[in-house]
Design a protein around this ligand. Structure first.
Ligand SMILES: Nc1nc2c(c(=O)[nH]1)N[C@@H](CN(C=O)c1ccc(C(=O)N[C@@H](CCC(=O)O)C(=O)O)cc1)CN2
Length: 308
């Protein structure tokens, strides 16, 4: 199949957009602090997964940068599920902690679902608790998963009003695909979710104004999936082996690639996120945003005067 080449593609700069979100968060934190409240975020990390350590380090750094107190809880994989649930119970009751984040994936010895559901929904800054998931589907004002919220912001800044756009999401995970569908629906898009059992997914994706790729398969979405002029959001973060030439030949090196074949898709798309530097930084920025939102909501629910 032949594809029309776009004259020039716009790179959607997730790093720059994340900095804008963080500046907004820092401003809100300043107002809260003036009223005597400092938002607090507890981050729980279990095990030695190197990527998780990087993400948690960045979360703590960004929290500090915007003025949010962070409480770090790191454990090795001998931590039992009962011990983790007991920690969550303590954090749920701690008035200094407004947000609780348990870094995923958890070790196989721990039931992820049981842990997520143990978090107080008002402190669930990942937006993964049933109460928040259900609230999102119904369009209520709840804590919303960070990655889809970040994708929505990138789309709104790139496209403006999304009303009437056909958005295709490739992947139906609970963390990205499904909440993304709800958010885009509330933004008045027509939404299609594609998955491993979809029939002729490429033909469906080629009808889309917006494609959100969240499948976890390196470079799966190339130009042949896209309508010329589509806006492409790549949620994939896949670490792949990279060939090393020259005098270091034979050395093992890795690099990050998305679910989108960037070089190919850029020939057809109007705008596209890179990996790294696209959706990833937005995930962390929206975690900070959710921590502030959680703090304000907890004050409201406790019957205290509304915080600005
Ligand atoms: N409790 C949670 N666990 C996980 C989540 C989540 O939202 N909540 N999402 C992912 C990991 N993640 C956040 O935790 C995350 C992934 C990637 C990035 C990021 O900034 N990526 C950079 C590249 C970083 C690198 O070099 O490795 C980028 O894309 O530019 C931030 C957060 C799974 N777990």
């Amino acid at each position: 199949m032949s594809t029309t080449t776009q004259a020039s593609v716009t790179l959607i700069d997730g790093k720059a957009c994340a900095e804008r979100v963080l500046a907004e968060v820092a401003e809100s934190v300043k107002h809260l602090a003036a009223e005597g409240t400092i938002p607090g975020l507890a981050v729980v990390l279990i095990g030695e997964d190197p990527a998780s350590h990087v993400y948690v380090r960045n979360k703590i750094r960004k929290a500090e940068a915007v003025g949010i107190h962070s409480f770090e809880h790191r454990f090795d994989t001998t931590l039992s599920q009962a011990e983790l649930l007991s920690l969550i119970d303590t954090l749920n009751k701690d008035p200094e902690v407004n947000g609780i984040l348990v870094q995923l994936p958890l070790p196989d010895t721990i039931d992820e679902e049981a842990v997520i559901q143990a978090i107080d929904p008002l402190k669930d800054v990942d937006g993964f608790h049933h109460a928040n998931v259900g609230g999102l589907v119904q369009g209520r004002d709840v804590l919303t998963p960070c990655t889809p919220s970040g994708c929505l912001r990138l789309l709104q800044e790139t496209c403006g009003d999304l009303t009437g756009k056909h958005a295709v999401i490739v992947g139906r995970s609970n963390i990205v695909g499904k909440p993304m569908a709800s958010l885009l629906l509330h933004a008045h898009c027509s939404v299609t979710l594609l998955h491993s059992r979809s029939v002729n997914p490429k033909a469906i994706a080629r009808q889309a104004d917006i494609v959100v790729a969240a499948v976890g398969r390196p470079k799966m979405i190339d130009a042949s999936w896209l309508k010329p002029g589509a806006v492409v959001i790549d949620v994939g973060i896949n670490r792949v082996e990279q060939a090393v030439d020259g005098e270091n030949k034979g050395e093992r090196k890795t690099r990050l690639v998305g679910d989108v074949d960037f070089a190919s898709a850029s020939q057809v798309a109007k705008a596209i996120t890179p990996v790294p530097g696209g959706v990833g930084p937005m995930t962390i920025a929206y975690l900070m945003q959710n921590t502030v939102a959680a703090t304000k909501r907890q004050h409201r629910q406790a019957g205290q005067p509304a915080l600005t």
